[in-house]
Design a protein around this ligand. Structure first.
Ligand code: HSE
Length: 314
């Protein structure tokens, strides 16, 4: 195998209370990486995927992750990468993680798949740390699909959780950006004991609700008292949009990752569409347009895709 194309889905980091420890892969949009083995030991980014993304292999998530794969697997090969960004930049939909995972999986396939899922997450984490921050809650669902719990990042211990197939997810991105790094710098270093305990109980509620199929429990456990209050001031229109989503019948609503995308959960398509329109109306009143996606859980995660056309070099 000398050339491969890999797709990785977008994801919701945190899923409300699970700051850095719960993630959910969402069907639909994702990033794809085509990678081709080349002579020599260099990694070259032929197509970054967006005009504002760097083609410097030390600064592109897919290339950094691919280099980490070769380092961990002790393989040496040249690589040329073409990235197709289906996810927004600085959008809070797990775009950097999807590129990193697709790059890692593609590189691993090209050298005979020596790395298992945990080592692939380790490689993708090198990239995520370099471009966004050290967290696995987008990488794990992008790789494995479904809902994932990061029980530990060091050493990596990720548990894939069952999620009801009927769950519908509204992703709404208002027309502004927030870099993950900026969203992370707003987080408090310490929280009170009562906040920590309440948050732990909500995480348990999310896990119990998802795994038992109790969507009402899942929804009412989307109650984040750590990141959401700290980040809401950076996200104009969020508080009103969340209120609109809940009034329209959402089971639960919060910031997707560090934002600005917000997510709202629903039990069926009709309600999901109603919620999406209510959020968009609310953001319009706040002066923003909204890009909406409605989907279900992506339970597959990263996968090979056919190479539709052979990419051309720069
Ligand atoms: N857990 C990360 C954060 C997700 O909240 O900063 C970023 O997408």
């Amino acid at each position: 195998m000398t050339i491969v194309r890999v797709f990785a889905p977008g994801s919701i980091g945190n899923l409300g209370p699970g700051l850095d420890i719960i993630g959910l892969a969402v069907g639909g949009a994702g990033d794809s990486v085509t990678a081709e083995r080349t002579r020599g030991g260099q990694i070259e980014v032929a197509e970054a995927g967006h005009p504002t993304l760097s083609t410097d292999p030390d600064r592109h998530a897919a290339a950094i992750a691919a280099a980490a794969v070769f380092r961990l697997a002790r393989r040496r090969t040249g690589l040329r990468i073409w990235c197709e960004k289906g996810l927004p930049l600085a959008g809070g939909q797990g775009g950097s993680a999807a590129s990193a995972v697709a790059g890692a999986v593609a590189a691993n396939l090209l050298v005979g798949s020596p790395l298992d899922a945990t080592r692939l997450m380790e490689a993708a984490l090198v990239a995520e740390e370099a471009v966004a921050g050290r967290h696995l809650d987008n990488i794990a669902p992008a790789l494995l699909g479904g809902m994932t719990l990061i029980r530990s990042i060091d050493p990596i211990d990720v548990i894939r959780l069952r999620v009801p197939a009927r769950l519908r997810i509204v992703l709404a991105k208002p027309s502004y950006e927030l870099r993950t790094r900026d969203g992370r710098s707003a987080l408090p270093d310490t929280v009170s004991r009562s906040t920590a305990l309440y948050q732990a109980a909500q995480v348990a509620g999310v896990v119990a609700g998802a795994t038992t199929g109790d969507l009402a429990l899942l929804g009412r456990s989307i109650d984040d008292r750590i990141a959401e209050p700290a980040r809401a001031p950076l996200l104009p229109g969020f508080v009103e949009a969340k209120a609109a989503a809940l009034a329209a019948g959402s089971l639960g609503c919060s910031i997707s990752g560090s934002g600005p995308t917000i997510f709202a959960l629903a039990a069926d398509d009709r309600t999901a569409r109603r919620i999406g329109l209510a959020i968009a109306r609310s953001y319009r009143r706040s002066g923003f347009e909204t890009t909406l996606r409605i989907g279900s859980v992506d339970s597959t995660g990263a996968r090979e895709r056919p190479i539709v056309r052979r990419p051309t070099s720069r």
